[in-house]
Design a protein around this ligand. Structure first.
Ligand code: TD4
Ligand code: CA
Ligand code: NA
Ligand code: ZN
Length: 307
């Protein structure tokens, strides 16, 4: 069935595992992710960005997720990722999403609170949970370039006030991650002291880690070996993600690692099979690559198998 994150986060908060939140844009990506979660018997969040809604159209995504539930009997949370305003959050609540993110992190504190409260009120009235964000990820955040220095990590005291005043169900925090494949100029590092402080201040609030892809060298190399060009791509070491899940992180957002796994597979297939032109011949292996990546994340990083 379609479920909220309530139950899965309650468990994750008390344990050392975290729930994977994987971005979806088409049928093969959804199928690969869902097959992996079914095989690992793991809790699952499928998340849809505004870009995914535009690319695939809401009706297709909703029906594909319903089909996945029909096909597997899995409990799945369908989540709006990075909702920019009240309107898109309302639209997704009305469409049957069970969770929405209102990303007010680019606004001043008081405006973020106002906007988040407005979404919490509407979502809770419809049995939907809300994720908000406090603090700015480094890198490109909300289409504005936020360089490392200006990137303001989440303040633990502010986080406590924010949660108290908004009634939000989970909080995305900034402790050094950023979106995409180029996360660190120097050595990868997360501010674990800050994470522990935040978790201490709001021990009952599930925390969310955005920009959590590892950008595994194996897949960067594979992309580059078959016509790609993404030199210097770098992400968060997987052991840091596993560690973060022990200190309040209950939801881990992963998109880039799926994109790299899928793209590497398609590049390889097309280069090795120049006479093929049946899309199933490369979208099938792409789907398998998604499944393998998600199984790896669930089993070895999130420790969410059988949870
Ligand atoms: O935190 C993350 C993922 O972080 P990652 O890049 O480390 O995987 N996310 O929230 C996923 C962002 C997806 C953006 O989608 P569009 O291109 O459609 O806007
Ligand atoms: Ca943001
Ligand atoms: Na946890
Ligand atoms: Zn994000």
């Amino acid at each position: 069935a379609l479920v909220t994150t309530k139950e899965m986060f309650e468990k994750a908060l008390k344990s050392d595992f975290a729930v994977g939140a994987f971005n979806v844009n088409n049928m093969e990506i959804i199928q690969g992710i869902v097959e992996a979660a079914a095989e690992e018997k793991a809790p699952l969040i499928l998340q849809v960005s505004a870009g995914a809604r535009k690319y695939a159209k809401p009706a297709y995504l909703m029906k594909l997720v319903e089909a996945a539930i029909l096909d597997t009997g899995l409990d799945i949370c369908l989540h709006l990722d990075h909702g920019e305003d009240f309107e898109i959050c309302k639209k997704c609540v009305d469409d049957g999403f069970t969770s929405v993110m209102i990303d007010g992190s680019k606004h001043p504190f008081e405006e973020n609170i106002r906007l988040t409260k407005e979404v919490v009120e509407y979502a809770h009235a419809h049995g939907v949970v809300v994720e908000a964000e406090l603090g700015k990820l480094a890198g490109v955040e909300d289409n504005i370039k936020v360089d490392q220095k200006a990137a303001t990590y989440t303040d633990p005291e502010e986080a406590a006030e924010f949660v108290e005043r908004t009634g939000v169900d989970s909080l995305a925090i900034a402790i050094g991650t950023s979106h995409g494949a180029y996360k660190f100029s120097g050595d990868p590092s997360l501010d674990f002291e800050r994470l522990k402080k935040i978790h201490e201040m709001i021990p009952n609030t599930p925390l969310v880690l955005h920009g959590a892809s590892t950008v595994l060298p194996e897949f960067v190399d594979k992309c580059n070996a078959y016509g790609g060009s993404i030199p210097g791509a770098k992400g968060v070491p997987e052991d840091m993600i596993t560690e973060a899940a022990k200190h309040g992180i209950c939801k881990v957002n992963i998109d880039t690692d799926l994109r790299l796994a899928m793209t590497a597979e398609v590049r390889k297939y097309l280069q090795e099979n120049p006479s093929d032109f049946d899309p199933r011949k490369y979208l099938g292996p792409a789907r398998d690559a998604i499944k393998a990546m998600v199984q790896h994340k669930i089993k070895n990083v999130l420790k969410a198998s059988g949870q």
